[in-house]
Design a protein around this ligand. Structure first.
Ligand SMILES: [Zn+2]
Length: 107
């Protein structure tokens, strides 16, 4: 039995499946997912994978990092990343908007 497309979309929106989109503030491309099953977090992450150096810089910047898992069916998932456990998955970090210019009238 095939799922109603609307129901399938709602299930996907509440899962850890990564959805490509754009940041509502700065318009940058991002990945969104609800990572975790018990105490899930809404994740908005930059889609560019990080190397170890980039991950360390992201952590020092206070950003959480995540595993970007591609399943055998080609579905991308975002999962919690423990920095003390080595991973062979791609690692991505929370999105932060670039600094915006401050209007002088507000100062
Ligand atoms: Zn942004």
């Amino acid at each position: 039995m095939a799922l109603n497309p609307g129901i399938a979309a709602k299930i996907a929106a509440t899962s850890d499946h990564a959805r490509h989109g754009t940041c509502l503030r700065c318009g940058a491309p991002v990945l969104r997912a609800r990572a975790g099953h018990v105490a899930a977090l809404d994740v908005i992450a930059d889609p560019q994978p990080l190397d170890l150096h980039g991950e360390i810089l992201a952590r020092l910047d206070g950003r959480l990092t995540w595993r970007l898992i591609t399943t055998a069916l080609g579905i991308q998932r975002i999962a919690w990343r423990s920095p003390t456990v080595p991973t062979s998955d791609l690692v991505i970090a929370d999105h932060t908007c670039p600094p915006q210019p401050i209007q002088e009238a507000l100062l």
